[in-house]
Write a protein of this length. Structure first.
Ligand SMILES: Cc1cc2nc3c(=O)[nH]c(=O)nc-3n(C[C@H](O)[C@H](O)[C@H](O)COP(=O)(O)OP(=O)(O)OC[C@H]3O[C@@H](n4cnc5c(N)ncnc54)[C@H](O)[C@@H]3O)c2cc1C
Length: 451
């Protein structure tokens, strides 16, 4: 049976979903609902608690539930809220990753679940606009992406400039020689995706509550930092001398204690605040600004059926964007890491310098949009690891704690695969561990390698 988004949302307004609706209305409703369930016996006996209902936490909770776990999902402000990294309007999904085969695989592995989720929702979550990356010349990223796709027997297309100029004349192709085109990929409606998935999770028997979990570690001291770091800046956590023991419950800032057999922390840019000693200097939240511009009235050239999701590799100084999805404006962002950003305190107003920067780029590459009105902007944060690799690993000393995060500006598309991997890891079902996702591989000096 096909369930519409309206049915999902009205479904969670009653019965098992009351907690989610309460989350939107305010914490008191949620607690009242939760307490009444707890006294009725419904809240006891969780086997897994997932902290953080962004893309990574929601897909992890969903996968744990599907494995037969009794799962409680907590979030301090609500699924894909305004400051969460998953709280934006849209995210790119693509499979070109240069030589980084692991991410090509994960993007493809996730596509089926995104399509499934899109089917469950009354409005699309996956928008198959196609994705076009273009480059000043054939560089290693292009040849390596093609080689990885060939090896994995996955489709991708290399396009010469003349072909791109014929198909997309609304782009100025000066200085561009080659493109990589992925017609199977496109854009994900991010906030809608997370809300829909949490609604599905609740409908399937998972429990969601609004609650802020207190930090698991006390704030780091300089002694802690030096103990946790090797001279080279790589984590020495595998050899940490702290005693290994399971975590016996989590406390919320509201004064509740929740217990389960295992705990997954998918706290996005807040992970360094929850684990300041371990992750305080290994995850780097940075300020990122995104802009949306209105095309001319009646101009169809920037509609999703006329323009793919795109990125200009621009000699390594990447700009990317999307067509005018759902008439919210043509999206553009500069993929350069911004200043360090505290997700709680960071100012969310765009800077005139960043607006001028994208207008300058538009003038050069999308001239028809250069003087068009700005209709929306967002300031969000990437939660970067040192090199852009994800973090999905067991805590080095707390034996029943798993850490999931470091989406590093490219994680959203992978969230279904991340959730599956994390659930397999936490339940002991994982056959092969990916060393690039380990805590031990996370350095304390930023050097971005994954694009
Ligand atoms: C501007 C921008 C553009 C991006 N573009 C792309 C893109 O095009 N393609 C792509 O694939 N990826 C992209 N990304 C990256 C992607 O969006 C993120 O990697 C992904 O959303 C991270 O999800 P998350 O679940 O780890 O974190 P979040 O979405 O931040 O979720 C973490 C959750 O944990 C909760 N939490 C934190 N601490 C606590 C606590 N103590 N108690 C309870 N709850 C807590 C928070 O409230 C939050 O809801 C982009 C990111 C940004 C910011």
């Amino acid at each position: 049976m096909r369930i519409t988004r309206r049915a999902v949302l009205s479904g969670i307004a009653s019965g098992a979903g009351a907690a989610l609706v309460g989350a939107a209305a305010g914490g008191r409703t949620v607690r009242a609902a939760a307490e009444s369930r707890a006294t009725a016996g419904g809240g006891a006996g969780w086997t897994s608690i997932v902290v953080g209902a962004g893309a990574f936490g929601a897909w992890t909770a969903w996968n744990l539930l599907r494995k037969g776990e009794r799962v409680l999902l907590l979030d301090a402000w609500g699924p894909a809220h305004a400051r969460a990294s998953s709280g934006g309007e849209s995210r790119v999904t693509r499979s070109a990753y240069g030589a980084d085969e692991v991410y090509t695989r994960m993007a493809w592995d996730s596509l089926t679940e995104w399509r499934w989720l899109s089917e469950r929702s009354g409005l699309p979550i996956f928008q198959q606009t196609g994705v076009l990356f273009f480059f000043p010349r054939v560089e290693p990223y292009v040849t390596q992406s093609i080689e990885v796709h060939r090896r994995l027997k996955l489709p991708t297309e290399q396009l010469p400039r003349a072909e791109m100029a014929k198909r997309w004349p609304q782009i100025n192709w000066d200085g561009i020689e080659v493109g990589l085109y992925e017609p199977q990929f496109g854009a994900l409606m991010a906030r809608r995706a997370v809300l829909t998935l949490v609604a599905e999770f609740v409908k399937a028997g998972g429990e969601y509550r609004l609650a802020a979990v207190a930090p698991i570690e006390a704030a780091a001291t300089s002694a802690d930092s030096s103990r946790a770091s090797s001279p080279a800046g790589a984590a020495s956590t595998g050899a940490d001398s702290s005693p290994r023991a399971p975590l016996d419950g989590i406390r919320t800032l509201q004064g509740d204690t929740f217990r389960a057999d295992k705990y997954v922390f998918a706290c996005g840019p807040w992970l360094p605040k929850v684990f300041p000693t371990l992750l305080g200097d290994r995850i780097f939240p940075t300020r990122q600004e995104v802009f949306f511009f209105a095309p001319e009235a009646g101009d169809t050239r920037f509609q999703p059926n006329r323009l793919p999701t795109w990125a200009d590799f621009n000699h390594g100084d990447i700009f990317y964007g999307m067509p005018d999805l759902e008439s919210r404006g043509f999206k553009i962002a500069h993929d350069k890491h911004g200043a360090p950003m505290d997700p709680d305190k960071g100012d969310r107003q765009f800077s005139p310098a960043a607006l001028a920067d994208v207008r300058e780029f538009l003038k050069m590459r999308f001239p028809a949009l250069a003087a068009r009105p700005l209709v929306e902007s967002r300031v969000c944060q990437y939660e970067n690891s040192s090199n852009g690799d994800l973090l999905i690993d067991r805590h080095p000393t707390q034996t029943n704690v798993w850490l999931v995060g470091a989406g590093s500006g490219h994680g959203f598309k992978h969230a279904p695969a991340v959730g599956r991997y994390a659930a397999d890891l936490a339940t002991g079902a994982l056959k092969a561990i990916e060393p690039r996702f380990s805590v031990a591989s996370k350095a304390t000096v930023q050097q971005r390698l994954v694009h």
